[in-house]
Design a protein around this ligand. Structure first.
Ligand code: CU
Length: 501
């Protein structure tokens, strides 16, 4: 072959080689991002033992998939229930429907529980067994109910495709759990949760102590934005509490939206509890705005002013809780620029475990990178550098003390929600917490912030550990925490069309 011909041939071949070199990895990435018609969360991504013990070291070398792990005897999460012989103390029947809602005079396509959104308040006393019977009348995509913040037995956690199959229209499911925790919680669908929660498929759940509460009024204020309309308890208007001068009011605020909410008042307040856990010795706070993260709850105590005027608590700029005479109309207070910082609020108290004795150390590093998710190209959320479904499965053993280092390089705020456990904040941006133990199930991690949190692995199961901006979750910001030796018979997608996000 002459050198002219050779160079001609090269000129033809090189672009082809270059194209293949570019396209082949892309095609592989595209292929790898597609998920099977039905798959177990146990087969997603890779195992992360957090430098802790591994059950079977011979598996660790090739632990990209969990299948080798499952070769060891395992127990199904379906066993993780409250004993069926124990009778219920509180029985609730719920019916879910897809229907038009009227909010602020506008008709909105949404979802109801027993005909309303929010659904009924579920109330129980500490230690009672709650039994909730759900019948899905008309939600075509199916429903589940997740008990946000209640660390229920795993099989009752209500995550479609992980702890149960979605309940199809015409189907039913019974949840049973003991209300061992006192405080403010909420329930919401965890099937196609982004549109279903945005559309109203949720309600409040409150567990009061046996001894009762100190306040004369106990008010749930479920904040939600329906198609751009800000509401409290489903109404686009202020919530009025007719307290007499000097009377105390407990306002249980739940943020059911995807983004954080600001809370502030025209006087002082005490923050009694966060995410269903009491703050230890909370002082009066004034001139401070409180950030309530997506999915989070804040119990505020307010006193009706002794001069007969009204206290006003803004839940965002749009709506407020007004405490005092029913005809009072206090002005909207200016939002304070200073924040109530839970890193220093209240006084220290024992945690019940020692973070210094940690047996697992995990990273949860949030970023963004280009790639494919479910066959679609884009800039996607990443967890420890990986994008869905190649995300970490954090592995613990019962009794482990786990530390999690969270860093947000994702450019947006991420409300991180761990199911089945409460995490205590040890530090933010490297600065140690010095106030009351700051327990959360939903943590507002702003852009460029880092948090160090710890939890005790005391509730066996397979638990979601995800962003509660449910849009982000649907974009793949989902990982799981599993206890070794467990397995689930449920599948994402599959015949039940389980889509937890
Ligand atoms: Cu997020």
């Amino acid at each position: 072959m002459s050198s002219v011909l050779r160079s001609k041939a090269l000129r033809l071949v090189l672009p082809v080689v270059a194209t293949v070199a570019i396209v082949a990895p892309l095609a592989w990435m595209w292929q790898a991002s597609r998920v099977p018609a039905a798959y177990s969360v146990m087969e997603m991504g890779y195992l992360d033992y957090g430098n802790g013990p591994q059950r079977d070291r011979s598996v660790a070398g090739h632990s990209h998939h969990v299948s080798g792990y499952q070769a060891a005897p395992s127990r199904s999460i379906t066993d993780l229930v409250v004993g069926p012989d124990r009778p219920a103390d509180v029985r609730v029947d719920l019916v879910t429907r897809q229907q038009q809602l009227t909010v602020g005079g506008r008709s909105i396509t949404g979802y109801t529980v027993n005909g309303t959104s929010p659904g009924p308040d579920i109330r129980a006393t500490e230690g009672q067994l709650i039994e909730v019977h759900v019948r899905n009348e008309s939600v075509a995509a199916g429903v589940t109910l997740h008990w946000h913040g209640l660390d229920v037995p795993n099989a009752m956690d209500g995550v479609a495709g992980v702890t149960q199959d979605a309940v199809p229209a015409g189907g039913q499911f019974t949840y049973r759990f003991v209300a061992d925790q006192v405080g403010s919680f909420w329930y919401h669908s965890h099937q196609v949760s982004n549109p279903q929660v945005a559309g109203g498929l949720f309600g409040s759940l409150v567990v009061t102590p046996k001894s009762g509460i100190a306040q004369q009024f106990d008010v749930s204020a479920v904040a939600h934005t329906y198609s751009g309309v800000r509401t409290i308890n489903g109404k686009a208007e202020d919530l009025r509490v007719p307290a007499q001068p000097g009377q105390l009011v407990r306002v249980r605020v739940t943020n059911t939206d995807n983004g954080p909410m600001q809370i502030w008042s025209n006087g002082s307040y005490r923050l009694l509890a966060v995410d269903g856990v009491d703050v230890h010795r909370p002082p009066e706070a004034s001139g401070r705005s409180l950030t309530l993260t997506s999915g989070g709850r804040a119990d505020l105590e307010l006193k009706a002013p002794s001069d007969g005027s009204a206290a006003r608590v803004q839940l965002s700029k749009a709506v407020a809780v007004i405490i005092g005479p029913t005809d009072a109309n206090p002005a909207v207070p200016t939002q304070p620029t200073e924040e109530l910082d839970l890193l220093t609020y209240g006084e220290p108290a024992p945690l019940g475990f020692d973070p210094a004795s940690a047996t697992r150390r995990f990273d949860y590093l949030i970023g963004r990178r280009p790639g494919f998710v479910r066959g679609r190209p884009g800039m996607w959320w990443s967890i420890n550098g990986h994008i869905y479904p190649n995300v970490p499965m954090f592995v613990v053993r019962e009794g482990d003390v786990a530390l999690v280092h969270i860093e947000n390089h994702g450019g947006e705020v991420h409300p991180m929600h761990l199911h089945g456990h409460h995490m205590v904040v040890l530090a933010r941006n490297g600065v140690a917490a010095t106030g009351s133990p700051w327990w959360v199930d939903s943590l507002n991690v702003a852009a460029n912030e880092s948090y160090d949190v710890a939890f005790l692995a005391d509730n066996p199961g397979i638990w979601m550990d995800h962003c509660h901006n449910l849009k982000h979750a649907a974009q793949g910001m989902v990982a799981h925490l599993m206890y070794e030796g467990l397995d689930t018979p449920y599948r994402i997608a599959g015949a039940a069309d389980n889509r937890p996000e």
